[in-house]
Design a protein around this ligand. Structure first.
Ligand SMILES: [Fe+2]
Ligand SMILES: [Fe+2]
Length: 262
């Protein structure tokens, strides 16, 4: 099947909603880093080293750790592709700042695996097992077109896994004594919110540029959500899945998109 491609003819319709320059980005991230390090420093040693959680928790959490770590790892690849192939500079700039953010998130999630004492040889197998986000991200990693990558990755996936689901994940981890995961999830929310904002600005620009683009965006949404729906199969993670769809539809329906049929 030939891939549909969208082109933003009037590129002035898109501008970075965070209005970042290199200078502003560096200052903002230095502040974020200080805040993160202060929160992390307040975690008692036992909790930081997963001595305060039950062994059963760790066993059950490995899939979740893998979902976190490998989606961030994937993001450092597909966002780099989106930046490299960006059709105009304003979009490239947003993608490059995002790339730096995703690298930070990746390192936070690697620390969780390491402190929880999960041997690295088990990480990938956990992600490749059924019921994870693997299928969606492997699809994203095959794409080369910047606009398709950013619509699927930022608008759909991050729009869905946005503030709502990270809060569910953070609260769930904290309630079980996994404070490091909770601190990490809360730290990434602000970055992910920025990634969603520019994904949303891109979708808005595409529709303004040509209302006919909506159908392709609908198709990309349907492809993406169907690949994700596996995560909720079997009724596990139901709260997560409901929050996921609700976050996404909150930004998608006002744009004229329809709910996906599963
Ligand atoms: Fe991230
Ligand atoms: Fe992100």
């Amino acid at each position: 099947m030939a891939r549909r491609r969208l082109v933003l003819k009037n590129t002035t319709l898109f501008s970075d909603p965070a209005n970042l320059s290199w200078e502003r980005y560096v200052v903002m991230q230095a502040r974020e880093r200080e805040r993160y390090l202060a929160e992390r420093a307040s975690i008692p040693d036992d909790a930081l080293n997963y001595k305060a959680v039950s062994p059963r928790y760790i066993q059950n959490a490995v899939d979740q750790f893998a979902n976190n770590y490998y989606s961030e790892l994937s993001a450092t690849h597909y966002v780099a592709t989106a930046a490299a192939n960006a059709p105009f500079d304003e979009l490239k700039k947003s993608a490059l700042f995002q790339l730096a953010d995703e690298q930070r998130h990746l390192e936070m999630d690697r620390e969780v695996f390491e402190r929880a004492g999960i041997p690295e040889r088990d990480w990938l197998a956990a992600w490749e097992s059924p019921g994870t986000t693997c299928r969606f991200f492997r699809h994203l990693l095959e794409l080369e077109d910047s606009i398709e990558i950013l619509v699927k990755g930022n608008f759909v996936a991050e729009g869905a896994a946005g503030p709502g689901t990270f809060t569910v994940l953070a609260d769930g981890a904290e309630a079980r004594g996994d404070v490091l995961s909770a601190v990490n999830h809360r730290a990434r929310i602000r970055d992910e919110t920025r990634h969603i904002s520019y994904g949303r600005a891109l979708v808005k620009a595409l529709i303004e540029d040509d209302p006919g683009n909506l159908e392709t965006i609908q198709q990309w949404q349907d492809d993406s959500l169907r690949l994700f729906s596996e995560v909720a199969r079997g009724g596990e993670r139901q709260a997560w899945w409901e929050g996921f769809l609700a976050s996404y539809y909150k930004i998608a329906l006002p744009m004229g998109l329809r709910p996906t049929a599963f």
